[in-house]
Design a binder for this molecule. Sequence first.
Ligand code: BGC
Length: 452
Amino acid sequence: MGFKKDFMWGVGSAAYQIEGGAFEDGKGPSIWDTFTHEPGHVKDDDNGDIACDHYHRYEEDASLIAGLGRTVYRFSICWSRIIPDGDGEVNPKGIDFYKRLIDALLSRGVTPCIVLFHWDLPQALEDRGGWLNPESPMWFKRYTEVCAKAFGDKCKLFFTFNEPQCFIGEGYYHGANAPGKKLPMSDMMPMVHNVLIAHGLSVTALRELVPGVKVGYAPTTGGTAPITDSPADVEAARQALFRIDEEWWMWNVPLFSDPVMLGHYPEEDPFFKKYCEFLPENYMEDMRTICQPLDYYGQNIYYAHLWKMGEDGNPEYVKKPTGYAKSLINWAVTPQALYWAPKFLYERYNTPIVITENGMACHDAISLDGKVHDPNRVDYIHRYLRELRRAVDDGVDVAGYFHWSFTDNFEWCSGYTDRFGIVYVDYETQKRIPKDSYYFYKSVVESNGENL
Ligand code: BGC
């Protein structure tokens, strides 16, 4: 069977990770500008002031993306570039930048795909309580409307939030990411709820303002896979994907996706039962807003944890084998993640699946021949996409795959040390060098995955 004819082959990026131009043309500061300028948060105290200088080099980047073939480019908008204080005046220069980017993509045959929020909340809104402020869903609605009116004539593909698990959990609970807060559980549940309402309002606004729009959502999780194909182990992996672990509560699917996709929280889950008292009293009344039909269920998937069914009838975590294959940052190479997670997610949410991020950090360097050879990443893409095709062949409706990421970039708290790109960036010169994986991915795109 193989991938559909109109399968979306894509690459992804995020504004703060690539743009630079952090203080140019009237842009307001975001929480990442503030956070990276406080010492001690980021490796080598690096920041995204310049990053990949995409703000000035977007034409070159658009050409490189177009060089992959018929692709879709998933990029995020920096909210404070277009509305500097998040909720007030619109900055025409910010709007103009994204219009020029969209034109540069379209004129080269690349389809633009906007992610409205990839973590860089305007600092002015954080100062007003950020996502804990009950007004925050309305701020996001207004921001969506500005984007829809400015870009919706040419861009028809939108995702609302990227990885709410991560920006809430790492930003406000563990405090590792911006804004670096460590808030209690009693704040987490209202924050999750506000973000979910914001998502629903945003979808509604996009449908009203952008004719022909396709909308998705892009949460994340560590996927799960069974250790064998036995029905019991498969069931163990399925249950493990849809439960909430008390210790790692933020890295889960159902708390962030059941309300959006099914119109209710995972009310049977022990974690949810314990903490739902922190939600607003009439939280069920918001479900009509939160649960909006989506064209795509996006999911960022990099690896899977392995599970088997225990003797006691409960899923049992299986330790990784000694010497397992892993990426530079120790993420396990588990290609079956792209078979099982899409399958389980499609069963539960019955909506076309898009892999919104998948990729690998490697030890990339320029070789004596001037090229960047990344055999591990080539192998990773090859193996993972074969598994995705197996899911397609088994009847899972998969609409697209976005490789993370297009260029090397500012990898949040790791600064510039971890390289995820299929295009190498020499940060001294800003020279771009397509890696071997770029050419391999190009062959995948051009053959619609027939070469896998
Ligand atoms: C994020 C990206 C990040 C990638 C690799 C995802 O969590 O959405 O922004 O660069 O993983 O860490």
